[in-house]
Every structure is written in structure tokens, then in C-alpha cells.
Design a protein around this ligand. Structure first.
Ligand code: P6P
Length: 340
């Protein structure tokens, strides 16, 4: 005689992020555990950042440091904390040889004594941090490359790779709940954090971007600076309000992209007359988001070409970005290709 198991959801809320990663690792014979180890470090960093973001108003962590970063943006106190948290979390693991942060002018190269980590990590530690003071949503974005020459000293070459070379990417959205979303190229998975248990549990087992969508996410205040085709597309979209088309824009790309991934539509930060490469950073924002969008069946372009095909020339290179439902992105690209 044997006893039957209690229903699986009777006690645990589901599979954890760690378990999901270990299951993935078991299917890769050559896996050394370094990739899983790196993800566990990033998961820890996400938990720490989530905790600090939630209590910022109580721990004098709101507001700015008074500094301006390499992007020319005012640094929020939590930008610095999130940046330091991620760098510290990967510093003792020998998984990462070089890490590039949106907040730092140059990459951090980890001490050779710790072994030359095989991965290159690129990240935006706290995207949309301008929202913090008003309790808005923010996020962390990360991208993981394999280093080009793992036995050599890490260098910028390890980071200046096209998005198509990514081995994994993800984001953490610090919103009404904290959700860790990642992909290794096939499938897009979301895990919701339970602070009472200190674990991320699988809550979105297979995120798939609807082929079409009626929500567009862009900063219309900049419309006068856009390509005429983009202005025409926006005018047409606004004309379809009675058909359910609507604008949603939070000021934090991670939040807006997360909505598009789940509900369809488009997030866009177009080129402008005086900013032909737009505002968003290619390596630490657009490329990882494009990698995730492709894994979820969506599309991401710079208005002309797939973001994943763009070969970065400089670390903080910017790019226009259009990402979301394939039908919507293709429609926008057609509008941009008309020369009026
Ligand atoms: P704007 C945040 O600073 C960010 O990089 C993205 O997260 C966000 O989508 C965009 O810039 C907001 O820029 O010019 O609309 O305030």
C-alpha cells in the first residue's frame, strides 16, 4: 500500500525561481552551475532592492544624491544603492568577469584572482527611478552575454555584443507586487515575490505577447519632435479611441513593457529631431527587452531594423525603440517608411 501525495498547491504556492533554473540546468549536459549561480545572485539582489524600494520613505532613501551620472541624469539615492547591490551580489561568485551598469561610465572588471567569470553582465539597476518619490513603479533590467575570450582578461569587447548574442535577459518590476521576468531565449517566465517567504514563485508560466493590441505607451509630449510618419500613426491611433485604443505611459519603461508583454500593444521611445538615437540605452535597456520580446513572440525594432541585430559601438549608445505586438510594430514601421 502507498499513501497519495496531498494536492501539490495545498502548501507551496508553486515552483520557485531557483527550482525553475535548476530544472533548466538539468537539461543542459555541459552546464557547470555557473549560470544558475549567477541567477541566484541576481535574485538576491532583486530581493534586497525590492525591500529598500518598499521602505524608501522610512529610511531617508528618497530623493537625489545631488550627483549627475554618465547619462546626464540626476542620480536618485536608490539608483546608487541598487547599483551597489547588484555589483556586490556578483562580486564573489566568479561567474561574471565584467559588468557594465547604466550608472557607471565604464565597466567593472572583476579581480582575476577570483577566476575569470565566463559571463558579461549589463544592467540598468533602477530604471524609472524618477518615479520613486511619487511611489511609482520602477524596475531593474539585466542582460547576460558569454564573454568572447573567457581565458583572457575581460574587456569592453565582451560587452559590445549585439542583442542576438545574449544568452539570457530579464527584468524585475517593483510595482504592486515584485515580479522577476526572465528568458534564456525560449519562453518568457514571470515569478512573483512573496516577501513573507522570501521566495519568487512561478506566476506567469508562459508569457506570450498577443499578436495585436490596442494600448500604446509613449510620451506624446515629444510628438512635435518625431518623424512625420510617427505623428501620423499616433493621430490615427487616437482616432480609434472609440474602438478601445488607449494610451498608457508610466515613465518607467519596465512597467510599460511589462503591460505590453501581458496585454499586447506597443511601447515606443522614438527618435527625435535633435536626438536621432532617441533616449533609451541600447545595451542595458533596448537589447534585453528586445531579447525578451522575441522569446514571447513579439517584435522590437529601432524603427528600421531589429534591435537584436544592432552592433553596439559604444557602451552607452542610445537607440530609438518600438517593442510589442508584431502587428502593431509592423504597422508603425510602415508609417515610418513613408517619407512625407
Ligand atoms: P521621458 C526612465 O528615465 C527611462 O529611461 C525609461 O524607463 C522611461 O520609459 C523613459 O526614460 C521616460 O522618459 O522622456 O518620457 O520622461
Amino acid at each position: 500500500m502507498t499513501s497519495s501525495l496531498p494536492p501539490s498547491d495545498a502548501i507551496l504556492p508553486g515552483i520557485t525561481l531557483d527550482q525553475h533554473l535548476l530544472r533548466r540546468q538539468r537539461h543542459i549536459p555541459e552546464a557547470t552551475g555557473d549560470f544558475t549561480g549567477l541567477f541566484q545572485q541576481l535574485t538576491l539582489a532583486a530581493k534586497v532592492i525590492a525591500s529598500r524600494v518598499r521602505r524608501a520613505g522610512l529610511t531617508n532613501q528618497l530623493g537625489t544624491t545631488g550627483e549627475v551620472n554618465v547619462q546626464g541624469e540626476v542620480v536618485q539615492k536608490l539608483d546608487d544603492l541598487a547599483n551597489a547591490t547588484i555589483l556586490q551580489s556578483i562580486d564573489n561568485g566568479r561567474f561574471v568577469g565584467i559588468a557594465a551598469s547604466e550608472e557607471l561610465p565604464d565597466p567593472v572588471i572583476f579581480d582575476a584572482a577570483r577566476g575569470r567569470g565566463k559571463y558579461a553582465l549589463v544592467f540598468d539597476p533602477l530604471d524609472g527611478s524618477g518615479n520613486l518619490d511619487v511611489n511609482g513603479t520602477t524596475g531593474t533590467i539585466f542582460a547576460i552575454f558569454k564573454r568572447l575570450h573567457p581565458l583572457e582578461t575581460p574587456s569592453l569587447k565582451d560587452v559590445l555584443q549585439p542583442g542576438s548574442a545574449l544568452v539570457a535577459a530579464g527584468y524585475v518590476v517593483y510595482g504592486s507586487s515584485t515580479i522577476f521576468v526572465y528568458s534564456t531565449g525560449k519562453g518568457l517566465y514571470g515569478f512573483t515575490y512573496d516577501p513573507s517567504l522570501g521566495e519568487f514563485f512561478l506566476s506567469h508560466p508562459e508569457i506570450s505577447i498577443p499578436h495585436h493590441g490596442k494600448t500604446y505607451s509613449l510620451n506624446e509630449a515629444n510628438a512635435a519632435k518625431w518623424h512625420p510618419g510617427m505623428r501620423r500613426w499616433l493621430k490615427d491611433a487616437k482616432g480609434r479611441a472609440s474602438e478601445g485604443w488607449s494610451l498608457r505611459y508610466s515613465g518607467a519603461m519596465v512597467a510599460d513593457v511589462h503591460r505590453v508583454f501581458l496585454k499586447g500593444g506597443m511601447f515606443a521611445y522614438p527618435a527625435e529631431a535633435e536626438r536621432p538615437l532617441g533616449k533609451l540605452r541600447l545595451l542595458c535597456e533596448a537589447a534585453p527587452i528586445a531579447f525578451l520580446a522575441r522569446a514571447a513572440g513579439g517584435l522590437a525594432t529601432d524603427g528600421r531594423a531589429p534591435i537584436l541585430d544592432v552592433q553596439p559601438k559604444t557602451l552607452h549608445q542610445r537607440t530609438p525603440l518600438f517593442v510589442g505586438s508584431t502587428a502593431v510594430i509592423e504597422d508603425v514601421m510602415a508609417a515610418l517608411s513613408r517619407d512625407e
